[in-house]
Write a new protein. Sequence first.
Length: 173
Amino acid sequence: MSPIRRFAPLVLAAFAVLGAACVKLPLPPPDGVAYDILCPVTGTVSFTDDWHAPRSGGTLHEGTDVVAPRGAPSVAVVDGEIKWAVGAKSGYAIWLEDEDGNEYFYAHFDSWAHTDAAVEAERDVVAGEVIGYIGDTGNALGWPHLHFEIHPDGGPPVNPYPSIYAECTDRNE
């Protein structure tokens, strides 16, 4: 019997033991408030805590960028009403307002769902309903992702990373 055949079962057993011992440990939860929302993008996503990262013109980033393949569906994170928007920086975007007055901003869609409705109108949606498709419109050219913000009570944005972490992390394992 060749040495490879003789030791192959031992090598495979060793790899199996090492593989079982190398369990992926979860990242520690981030500081901050996690809102009870759905992950805004279906499928596998990646993201970092890029809140207040420097941006061009001396501005700070006021959201979390959720990276996903171009065309991946983006969903309403809560029940509410959406309003379509278009901007030089945001490209095709949506504002979603829930019944408590919290607002969620989505930017850089390649396209919106429900474009059979008048874009100037508002539309009711339920949590989990597809509202748009990941793209790179606005100032995101060449990098498909969703820029996502949370505005409690319609006020200034807060860091959405704790919410994204809480809702999107476990799905990717």
